[in-house]
Design a protein around this ligand. Sequence first.
Ligand SMILES: *[C@@H]1O[C@H](CO)[C@@H](O)[C@H](O)[C@H]1NC(C)=O
Ligand SMILES: *[C@@H]1O[C@H](CO)[C@@H](O)[C@H](O)[C@H]1NC(C)=O
Ligand SMILES: *[C@@H]1O[C@H](CO)[C@@H](O)[C@H](O)[C@H]1NC(C)=O
Length: 448
Amino acid sequence: MIFLTFVLALVTLASGARYTADWTSLDTRPLPSWYDEAKVGIFIHWGVFSVPAFDSEWFWWHWQGQKPPDPNCVAYMNKNYPPGFRYPEFANEFHAQFFEPEEWANIFNASGAKYVVLTAKHHEGFTNWESPNSWNWNSVDTGPHKDLVGELGEAVRKRSMHFGLYNSLYEWFHPLYLMDKQNGFKTQEFVLHKLLPELYNMVVRYRPEVIWSDGDWEAPDTYWNSTQFLAWLYNDSPVKDTVVTNDRWGAGCACKHGGYYNCEDKYTPGQLPAHKWEKCTSVDTLSWGYRRNMKMSDLMDLPTIIEDLVHTVALGGNYLLNVGPTPDGMIPALFEERLRGVGAWLYVNGEAVYASKPWRVQMENASVPVWYTSKGDSIFAILTTKPPKSTVQLLEPKTSANTKVMLLGNPKPLSWSPIKPNAGLAIALPELPCTAGQAWTLKLDGVK
Ligand SMILES: *[C@@H]1O[C@H](CO)[C@@H](O)[C@H](O)[C@H]1NC(C)=O
Ligand SMILES: *[C@@H]1O[C@H](CO)[C@@H](O)[C@H](O)[C@H]1NC(C)=O
Ligand SMILES: *[C@@H]1O[C@H](CO)[C@@H](O)[C@H](O)[C@H]1NC(C)=O
């Protein structure tokens, strides 16, 4: 018996720390290293909201939830649908008949992304997998009649990308949730009978390596049982060694507790944060879900996306770029073009991005704005504006006799001269290649 206890103790030690269900313990977990190295991910908002594809993925709430409702959404429904039409009827039109998970995964891989995060369930409650806790309100019973989560996950993993799932804690109109809310969140009927069984099941079935939690803000983490769930996730789940999560685990958690921090949608810090973070943003600046009335002028153009990505990575963040597929299962061609453009830029400049670390200085306004990253002894200076002259000045790097400067994508070292002894250099640029991303990377070795 004593021997057995001894062996058990060793096994526990060998399997690493165990976390207790409180933030003091959970917040000490180191992030699995793949996540910081990955830097770039693709976010996908897909669900029944992709069918009306009007307003945004918040359409149902704007139409029938918030008080007063959004007059545009009400007018749209009155004009185009028969009286009494109910939102769940849209699910019948969610066909996904052109959904080719292999094709999607090819596009995401071609974007240079290292992870993909799909909405397993948004605030409407519809699950893109056959959740036993979401009877008749999931993609297998209704609409596509397909396991969208499972099919995409397999295709993504086949290409060595990591697969993550977005999951909304709250559901706007779930009767148990509405009841708990009415009880001031003193009861947990929704959490114990819907949310948690579904979430545990989702993790065991699909082994997501990112759990992108959302919809937490109306109730405290104690209502959601977030710390109990995360302790299981980190100690005993099938993804305990590789999973990462964000910070949306209850009111007041954002930017404070969890894995990496999202803080808020499209959050961009002014300076280097102390904690790993991720910027999520969307090619369509007005929506995360597909909109049929999207215009080209609503979209981020490629140079804007690259600038945003570079800015994010220089400040230690990951960049999660969203596209909204159509209900027939297509990635709109304009989104595909943006993603392939990001990939073409990363193909040349990825050395400055993947597995990079923030440098001593993250940006300077020299001849043009310059964002810095570093890797080992190399530093990278990324120019997001074409310099007006054929030389560019960098003021922050401290040069030495061994300083060597390259332009990524160009085989020959560039000549340079010091500006002051030991501080700053002027670099003679070759003809800059016309890249779709409008950003160029200088690699500097032998500088401090
Ligand atoms: C994924 O993308 C990388 C980089 O662009 C490419 O080298 C690789 O062949 C792609 N893999 C697949 C399976 O398409
Ligand atoms: C939820 O949390 C309470 C403590 O707040 C705990 O007693 C209960 O076992 C937890 N339930 C689950 C399913 O995690
Ligand atoms: C560089 O210029 C931009 C735009 O004027 C400004 O927002 C930023 O703070 C400046 N950065 C530094 C490091 O001076």
